[in-house]
Structures are given as structure tokens and as C-alpha cells.
Design a protein around this ligand. Structure first.
Ligand code: FMN
Length: 191
């Protein structure tokens, strides 16, 4: 079954680094014949929430919001790429996710965190997983954490770390699990 996965990235910070990890994930899923798209609040000029997407009259939502809606609506799963800002999610990620709701229902999510420290943003996983469950996209058990995102990835989204073969095995486990749930829930939704 063909699958589409949205890679949702949520930093709008000047000089943001996580875009490297988000690009890496997108490219890796494309290499597995998944239709992977990157959702970026900066590229879509997403403003601070004044109305959820569903509160706009039809055809009146701003272009960026409409674009994100279309991508999420047609996705079978979501990979949430999060930094750790004081052990919590970046505000731009929370803002982006809160604009939508119906688009997520009965579709799985997976957590991918990163940081410039050795911890790889792992401490944001718990609050993020609670948030995703409430949004209606239950998080899978597997997660992926990327430490030293500034050194281990280049601007093109290539992993350039010495341990890249070992890390590739982690990615494959992560990808196989989210794809399994995406297929299973897509089959169930289509019934
Ligand atoms: C407001 C703020 C809070 C941060 N808090 C943490 C933190 O709690 N733990 C951590 O490992 N790094 C922390 N960092 C460093 C981030 O890991 C680093 O800046 C990372 O590049 C942020 O992702 P971004 O570049 O995609 O915005 C923080 C950075 C900012 C700007």
C-alpha cells in the first residue's frame, strides 16, 4: 500500500539547525518509497494562532495554512521533529500542531528529537507524546534521538557522523514501526 508521511518541523528560530535533521528524515523515507513531505511553519508563513483551520470559512484560510491542511489531510502518519526548549516543545511546533485536529484522527505519529547536546532532546519526548495523544495521533513506541545536530548533519540533511551505519539501523527500526501502524490504520480507515 502506498503511504504518505508528513515530517512536521517546528522551529522558526534564526539560524535554526533542526531543519537538517528534518531533511534527513524526509530523504530517508523517500528512499523507502514513502511519499514524505516536510511541513515547515517558516516556509508557510504560519502566524500565531488566532483561529484554527476549521474556524475559517471555506476557501478563506491563508495560503500557508491551507497548504499545511492539504498535506496533513492526505497523510497516513506524522513524524514530529522536535527540539528541546527548556525540556519542552518549541513554541512554533505547538502553534503549528494546534491549528489542526480533524486531519490527525486515527493516524499514528512518531517522535524524532534532536539537540546540540549529547542528550538528543530526549527529555521533550514525554510532554510531546502526551500532546500527540490528545491531538488524536497516537505516538508509537519507537523514537529517534539525534544528539549534536550541528555536527552530525550537514545543511543538505546528510548524516555525516562517524557512527552513521549504527544510526542507520536505528532509523530502519523506527521507520518499519511507523510504516506498520500507518498501513494498519489506513486499512482500518478504508473499511
Ligand atoms: C529557548 C531555547 C531553549 C533551549 N533549551 C534546551 C534544552 O532544554 N536542552 C537542550 O539540550 N538544548 C536546549 N537548547 C539548545 C537547542 O538544542 C539548540 O539551540 C537547537 O539547535 C534548537 O533547535 P533549532 O535550531 O531547530 O531551533 C535550547 C535552545 C533555545 C533557543
Amino acid at each position: 500500500m502506498s503511504l504518505k508521511i508528513s515530517i512536521i518541523y517546528g522551529s522558526t528560530r534564526d539560524g535554526r539547525l533542526g531543519i537538517r535533521f528534518a531533511k534527513y528524515l524526509k530523504n530517508e523515507f523517500i528512499n523507502r518509497n514513502i511519499e514524505a513531505v516536510l511541513i515547515d511553519p517558516l516556509e508557510n508563513n504560519l502566524e500565531t494562532l488566532t483561529k484554527r483551520y476549521s474556524d475559517y470559512d471555506s476557501n478563506s484560510a491563508p495560503n500557508g495554512l491551507e497548504n499545511i491542511h492539504q498535506e496533513l489531510e492526505s497523510s497516513d502518519a506524522f513524524v514530529i521533529v522536535s527540539a528541546e526548549y527548556n525540556h519542552f516543545m518549541p513554541p512554533a511546533l505547538v502553534n503549528l500542531l494546534n491549528h489542526f485536529y480533524a486531519e490527525y484522527q486515527r493516524k499514528p505519529s512518531a517522535v524524532a528529537t534532536y539537540s546540540v547536546s549529547p542528550f538528543g532532546g530526549v527529555r521533550v519526548s514525554s510532554p510531546l507524546r502526551s500532546f500527540l495523544a490528545q491531538l488524536g495521533m497516537p505516538p508509537i513506541s519507537s523514537m529517534i534521538h539525534a544528539p549534536f545536530v550541528n555536527k552530525n548533519f550537514n545543511n543538505e540533511g546528510e548524516r555525516i557522523s562517524e557512527d552513521k551505519d549504527e544510526r542507520q539501523k536505528e532509523f530502519i527500526k523506527f521507520a518499519e514501526e511507523i510504516e506498520w501502524y500507518a498501513n494498519a490504520l489506513k486499512t482500518a480507515r478504508n473499511k
